[in-house]
Design a protein around this ligand. Sequence first.
Ligand SMILES: C[S@@+](CC[C@H](N)C(=O)[O-])C[C@H]1O[C@@H](n2cnc3c(N)ncnc32)[C@H](O)[C@@H]1O
Length: 271
Amino acid sequence: MNAKIVIKLNIIRNGTTQGSIQGKTMLSRIFLTCLALLSSTTAFAQTLKTDSIYEERKIHDPNGIGKFFKGREIAHVMGYQAAGWLERPEREKEENTSKLIESLKLKPHMIVADVGAGSGYLSFRMAPLLPKGKVLAVDIQKEMIKIINAKSKQKTLQNVETILSTEKDPKLPENSVDMIIMVDVYHEFAFPFEMTRAMCKSLRKGGTMVFVEFRGEDPEVPIKLVHKMAEKQVILEMKGHDLKHKETIGVLPWQHIIIFEKTDSQPTDTK
Ligand SMILES: C[S@@+](CC[C@H](N)C(=O)[O-])C[C@H]1O[C@@H](n2cnc3c(N)ncnc32)[C@H](O)[C@@H]1O
């Protein structure tokens, strides 16, 4: 099957300083938009017929791709040209990424997959906490993978490995990952069902899948609608996968940390 990947070279979001969360200054970040189309001929081996689980709509949010899963519009992929935005100095203050990493309770031996790693902002912050383990930094854009590989060369600790994925398959080794983390990523998956199914296969029993998404239910979070996700929606989309909702941590200024644990149950369809 030929699947089109729409790479959004930049994102249009309502940007603010941390202060605006408290009702202070609201800034707008508007980047020039350019679209590139790529083709993927990747076939995804799975027994379930999933063609009908997505819905295409002509009238939709311009920040989305017009494809819907369980009522939610999928967002454009953030292009590699915006890698600098992921590394912005004010990110720590805006997103409290230190608190996020602390909340993950990483252990030294863990194998953590940073799916949709982008420029590796989080991969390289988690890696020093995993001296006996490693980070598998997965991304669909080869340019992002290049950025991560270049950064890796500067590091003493060589425990960030890169994996170039496809839009349906993270290409992770089966039954071997302790934690999968997706920070501001899942809402961009063109095939969320297939990606989740493949990610589940890579998790060890008791392993966790962590979604860090801008809170869709919070109008104060200054991010465009299709780039946000409500907790309820994430839980709905995980139905049918061998996962159970473990907890949702609400310690971050803009995002929630929604954690699922791999179960013994057999995956079913998406209902
Ligand atoms: C908004 S960026 C977030 C990057 C990083 N997680 C961070 O917070 O700094 C989203 C990333 O997800 C990647 N992505 C989107 N769809 C993907 C897929 N199906 N598989 C792997 N990566 C994907 C994009 O290429 C992009 O680098």
